[in-house]
Design a protein around this ligand. Structure first.
Ligand SMILES: Nc1nc2c(c(=O)[nH]1)N[C@H]1C(S)=C(S)[C@@H](COP(=O)(O)OP(=O)(O)OC[C@H]3O[C@@H](n4cnc5c(=O)[nH]c(N)nc54)[C@H](O)[C@@H]3O)O[C@H]1N2
Ligand SMILES: Nc1nc2c(c(=O)[nH]1)N[C@H]1C(S)=C(S)[C@@H](COP(=O)(O)OP(=O)(O)OC[C@H]3O[C@@H](n4cnc5c(=O)[nH]c(N)nc54)[C@H](O)[C@@H]3O)O[C@H]1N2
Ligand code: SF4
Ligand SMILES: [Mo]
Length: 905
């Protein structure tokens, strides 16, 4: 077939970039940025640009699988059997225990049409509000913040405001990694207008700080105190907009009383910054012609998430910095369709069209539109509560779609127990490899990126048409279609003889039904249709019927969707987080994102080149902290919290302050035994119910795990992963990753206190192809040391070291170079295990900075030593010339060798 191009969107972050998918009708061959898409104008980041390299078919769920009893294995079945079985279990459970004994846990990565279908299924057909989404872990504090302060859940800004602003404050967001293409836009704007001020507020010195004129490394969780301290100064210095306050707001008097106490000295001390920094920050906010704030999980994922959001919005109201170009409180959404979930009412407390499930009028409106008598009154469970109720047996049938709760929810020990105990778990997934998959009694294969059609809304309220390029593999089906098929079958049990609530044949029909529920509401998008988006491109809501274009900015007239039409100052005091570091748990563990991985890595974890930047789980600690604990880079430690523990390697990193530690959120139990959310806490914000995923009190303890294993096997990565990971369960520490670009390989590191049963090693060797064939082996059973290397056509293709693994870096380098020389043979057949020569440095420590051009950190550093500046490096090495995701890091290296950054804490 001919090569074709289909315009669609990237399935990762909330920037919502347009992509052009190159394919031949059957396979996706390449991807590039869509130059006409207003979110990215042709740019993509390292993740978007490598989309076509991910999604290994061998990792995909391809057909339905059903388990007919706990303890049995799942086996392949057909769609009819699968869905009829699910209908029987759901209908019986509802009949016996009522509609609130079932629940749906869905995802901000579903399309709007998928979301709507699920929501209607839960509320109109099943009759429960037990439908919540992973957006509860992500955006729910922003939802509360916008609604409390401004009256509706609507980010009022546009991406172009980043370019137009005079002062941009980035708080609790590592945009350089998490919203890279927007960060590119900001970088360019700042290079055009260097007088633009950029403030970053983050406990860590992230790559985002490369753009900062001021970095406030506040102590974790102290944002509310900081914002109140800033407001205190704004009031004191009279850097406020009295006219705006008078005409368009209410509640300042009460807030003034509160922030009077937030003196610069007290705030500086609480936040761990200097009063000069605080003063500077307030001055830029108060005196810049326009002020924009961007925030993400550093604010939302907190037991004070709602208070943090409102305290930040207070600053915009006090300065009148909203509803005009370059200004406003702009929450960055995490997932590609976090917004669509909010619009379609897919959190337990919401209903479609920005309505409230607790509001009887709203329920009546939606019920009448749907043609059902009523909608359920009982409040629905939110994510954390939902899994608690699964754990204590109240939820007896759970439907999970497009999310991986056995990786991403906090307090994993409890979550996995709950999933294990749940009588019936349905999992609608694109990949069968996830941590949640083993708990599924019914696995339904879902179509994924490039294979499905519908709409998504990005951070700036812009709706894009997501188009299908190729057919889904195997028997996988689009999410909306699975949901609608199930609902139609369930209707026959629950409302026999009545006309269908789910008479949908294509996603455009779902959209058309949904959009009427937004008519005349703040988000009115009733003028949009799939066909219109095809004609005029992606559009920002509100977009009422008859509109010719979308709405770039909200509240330009100063009228807010509250009862009085005025925005509200919210006076929540600063409250210290409940779980503070203390004598028993003296470190604060912060979790967050890496540049090239996406969440639980079901997709990004299939592409070896996405491990080039960071190749395994490392707990980052300040060098002083390492010294205090007498630890070296790379040592294994036991990381403990009140909820669990985990063995992980430590790394020295001075971007983390002493007293803190950082661990990326991505490593679930598959890649790091235990998974990082074993440590995190389920405590949540009282209003938004969003859990405190960012901080936990932890301690590290030394471990003695002298027996070590290192293995590398080239090719068939997924198959080897699946065969080897279960065998590794016997070890105390297990870490898996991929390596290589052209010749991907699986890497395993493991450690234990004592040598394992020799049979286990033989089983591992069997999987590694090291029991026979062209294998060189040396075993010293007395010392429990063994080494095996497979050499084919003069190249290493598999390695296994057991006992001690000193030679691993050397062997990995030889594998990478594709050489197998005499020296290797001599070393292999000798009792000595230390590698010859000096080539013992870790090849993966030489990380790939630039994924597009495959340029390593060593090459960049060498260039810097030769005197190259950023442009010189770009010209000579090519790094940073394509997606630009590596530019902040290159700048940091340049700064480190030239002179320290001017302003940091
Ligand atoms: N590469 C990549 N990009 C992604 C994702 C991904 O998985 N990978 N996921 C997407 C999703 S769903 C989301 S929600 C976004 C998340 O995007 P971000 O929120 O930007 O990413 P995080 O790294 O989770 O957290 C941001 C920062 O919050 C800081 N922080 C921690 N505690 C505090 C605090 O108390 N106060 C302040 N001010 N800052 C604090 C952390 O140090 C961290 O640098 O990213 C989206 N984009
Ligand atoms: N410690 C810690 N934990 C965190 C966070 C943190 O910062 N720190 N962040 C939290 C946040 S903000 C978020 S958003 C969550 C994310 O947590 P999850 O929702 O668990 O993240 P993903 O791994 O993206 O899960 C999406 C799943 O959907 C599957 N999938 C992909 N495409 C499709 C599709 O089209 N259809 C279907 N049915 N399935 C598909 C993928 O294979 C994947 O398994 O993690 C949260 N957990
Ligand atoms: S910034 Fe990167 S991950 Fe986010 S939508 Fe664009 S290409 Fe995808
Ligand atoms: Mo998120």
């Amino acid at each position: 077939m001919n090569r074709q191009t289909t315009a669609s969107t990237c399935c990762y972050c909330g920037v919502g970039c347009g992509v052009l998918i190159e394919h031949d009708g059957e396979q996706i061959l390449g991807v590039s940025g869509d130059p006409t898409h207003p979110a990215n104008f042709g740019k993509l980041c390292s993740k978007g640009a490598s989309l076509h390299l991910t999604g290994d078919l061998t990792a995909r769920a391809l057909y339905p699988e059903l388990r007919l009893g706990k303890g049995l294995a799942r086996s392949r079945t057909d769609w009819d059997t699968a869905l009829d079985h699910a209908v029987n279990v759901f209908a019986d459970t509802i009949a016996e225990h009522g509609p609130d004994s079932v629940a749906f846990y869905i995802s901000g990565q579903l399309l709007t049409e998928d979301y709507y279908a699920f929501n209607k299924l839960a509320r109109a057909l099943v009759g429960t509000n037990n439908i919540d989404s992973n957006s509860r872990l992500c955006m729910s504090s922003a939802v509360v913040g916008y609604k409390r302060s401004l009256g509706a859940d609507a980010p009022p800004c546009s991406y172009e405001d980043l370019e137009l602003s005079d002062c941009v404050m980035i708080v609790g967001s590592n945009m350089a990694y998490a919203h890279p293409v927007l960060f590119r836009r900001l970088e360019e704007a700042k290079s055009r207008r260097p007088q633009m001020k950029v403030i970053v507020i983050d406990p860590r010195r992230t790559d985002t700080c490369e753009l900062a004129d001021l970095h406030l490394a506040i102590l974790p969780g102290t944002d509310v105190a900081l914002f109140h301290g800033i407001l205190h100064l704004l009031l004191w210095e009279d850097w406020i907009d009295r006219d705006f306050i008078k005409a368009h707001t209410e509640g300042l008097a009460e807030l003034k009383n509160l922030v009077r106490d937030y003196t610069p000295q007290m705030v500086a001390q609480l936040c761990g910054i200097s009063t000069e920094q605080l003063q500077q920050c307030a001055e830029w906010i108060g005196t810049s012609p326009s002020f924009l704030s961007l925030w993400c999980m550093g604010l939302n994922q907190s037991t004070a998430g709602s208070a943090k959001n409102s305290a930040l919005i207070n600053l915009h109201l006090a300065t009148g910095q909203i509803g005009k170009p370059g200004a406003g409180p702009f929450s960055l959404t995490g997932q590609p369709n976090a917004m669509g979930g909010r619009e379609t009412g897919s959190l337990s407390n919401l209903l479609p069209g920005h309505r409230e499930a607790a509001n009887p009028e709203h329920r009546a409106e939606v019920a009448s539109y749907w043609g059902v008598e009523q909608l359920p009154e009982n409040p629905g469970l939110t994510a954390i509560e939902l899994f608690e109720q699964v754990g204590n047996g109240k939820i007896k049938a759970l439907w999970i779609a497009c999310t991986n709760p056995a990786q991403s929810l906090p307090d994993q020990n409890a979550v996995r127990e709950a999933l294990q105990a749940c009588p019936f778990v349905v999992l609608q997934e694109a990949f069968r490899t996830t941590e949640t998959a083993p708990f599924a009694d019914l696995l339904l294969p879902a179509a994924s990126w490039g294979e499905k059609e519908g709409t998504v809304t990005n951070s700036e309220r812009r709706i894009s048409h997501v188009r299908r390029a190729i057919a889904a593999p195997g028997e996988a089906r689009a999410d909306w279609a699975i949901t609608v098929d199930f609902a139609q079958r369930l209707e026959q049990r629950l409302r026999p003889g009545q006309s269908s609530l789910f008479a949908f044949n294509e996603p455009a029909q779902v959209f058309d039904e949904y959009k009427e529920l937004t008519r005349d509401r703040d988000l009115d998008l009733s003028g949009i249709s799939h066909a219109l988006l095809d004609r005029i491109g992606p559009q920002q809501w509100p977009f009422p019927g008859g509109a010719l274009e979308g709405t770039p900015r909200l509240y330009v007239d100063g009228v807010f969707p509250t009862a009085s039409g005025r925005a509200r100052f919210v006076a929540d005091p600063y409250r210290a987080a409940k779980e503070q570091r203390d004598a028993r748990f003296p470190l604060t563990l912060i979790t967050g994102r890496l540049r090239d991985q996406w969440h639980g890595m079901s997709r990004t974890g299939t592409a070896a080149q996405l491990f080039g930047h960071v190749n395994e789980a490392v707990l980052s600690l300040h060098p002083d902290e390492l010294r205090r604990h007498r630890l070296q880079d790379g040592d294994l430690v036991s990381l403990k919290s009140r909820r669990g523990d985990l063995i992980v390697a430590v790394g020295s990193d001075d971007s983390v302050r002493p007293g803190q530690a950082f661990l990326p959120m991505h490593w679930g139990d598959r890649f790091l035994k235990g998974g990082i959310n074993t440590i995190t806490q389920p405590a949540f914000d009282p209003l938004s119910k969003q859990p405190e995923l960012k901080h936990s009190g932890v301690r590290i303890e030394p471990v003695q795990l002298p027996w070590q294993l290192f293995a590398l096997i080239e090719g068939n990565v997924q198959a080897h992963f699946e065969a080897l990971r279960p065998l590794c369960e016997a070890f105390t520490y297990v870490s898996l990753s991929l390596t290589g670009r052209e010749r991907p390989a699986l890497l395993i590191r493991a450690a234990s206190a004592v040598a394992p049963d020799p049979q286990l090693l033989r089983d591992i060797d069997q999987q590694l192809g090291l029991n026979e064939g062209p294998v060189l082996a040396y075993d010293d059973p007395r010392r429990s040391i063994g080494k095996r290397v497979r050499i084919e056509s003069g190249r290493i293709t598999a390695i296994r070291l057991a006992g001690e693994t000193l030679a691993r870096h050397w062997l990995q380098s030889l594998w990478l170079e594709g050489t197998a020389d005499e020296q290797l043979r001599r070393w292999l057949l000798a009792p000595l295990s230390t590698p010859p020569g000096s080539a013992t440095s870790d090849p993966s420590a030489n990380k790939t900075l630039c994924n597009c051009k495959n340029v390593s950190q060593n090459a960049v550093c060498a260039g810097i030593r030769r005197g190259l500046d950023l442009n010189g490096l770009k010209q000579e090495l090519g790094c940073g010339t394509q997606c630009g995701s590596c530019v902040p890091e290159i700048k940091r290296l340049l700064a480190a060798t030239a002179q320290p950054i001017a302003v940091t804490s």
